[in-house]
Design a protein. Structure first.
Length: 197
């Protein structure tokens, strides 16, 4: 039966995004998403807890890519060098053919405050996961937290540039540019705020 076909979750996700973009997130139901690809509402809920999760399906793959990059870093790599590896690994999961999908998804999220909140939580969870991985490599608590938050910020800035109108550079190139800018700014860092040791 159709509900057991490979790729059902991906079909539902693609249908959800298309309907959210054309009809609006609030006006689209799980039943309509399922019916648009010849499936039942029951099948939809076997894959997703709600329609919002259809939009955020696969987020674990992004976290996995970051963690693979951390694992690939040499044991003596600094925390920033380690998260640079993580950023490179994550960037490789965003080939040019994914950009139209990513642009549509971002437009849907930008129109809905609840989805924006969910996206922020996703990124916060990613930073926590990344920091835990760094601590597992022996990085101290503060350095792990700062490096992880920095990596997520670089990723966020790079992603926003990658999906912007008219942008054609690869995600890897944009991540590299943003990361180099970070290092440049850190090298030009002002003295610590008054009263800071």
């Amino acid at each position: 039966m159709a509900r057991w076909e490979p790729g059902t979750a991906e079909r539902l996700q693609a249908a959800a995004l298309e309907l959210f973009a054309t009809r609006g997130y609030e006006r689209t139901t799980a039943t309509e998403i399922a019916q648009s690809v010849g499936l039942t509402e029951r099948t939809f809920f076997r894959h997703f807890s709600d329609k919002r999760e259809a939009l955020f399906y696969g987020q674990h793959l992004l976290a996995q890519a970051f963690l693979e990059g951390v694992d690939a870093a040499p044991p003596d790599a600094s925390p920033l060098d380690t998260v640079a590896r993580a950023l490179g690994a994550a960037a490789s999961h965003f080939p040019a053919e994914r950009r139209p999908h990513a642009r549509t998804r971002k437009a849907v999220i930008d129109e809905n405050p609840a989805l924006q909140e969910r996206e922020l939580r996703k990124m916060a969870t990613l930073a926590t996961t990344l920091a835990e991985s760094l601590r597992g490599r022996g990085v101290d608590e503060l350095a792990a937290t700062v490096a992880a938050q920095t990596a997520v910020a670089v990723f966020g800035v790079a992603f926003a540039r990658w999906v912007s109108d008219g942008e054609e550079r690869s995600f890897e190139d944009i991540v590299s540019e943003v990361y180099r800018k970070l290092l440049h700014l850190a090298g030009d860092a002002a003295p610590a705020p008054h009263g800071t040791p």
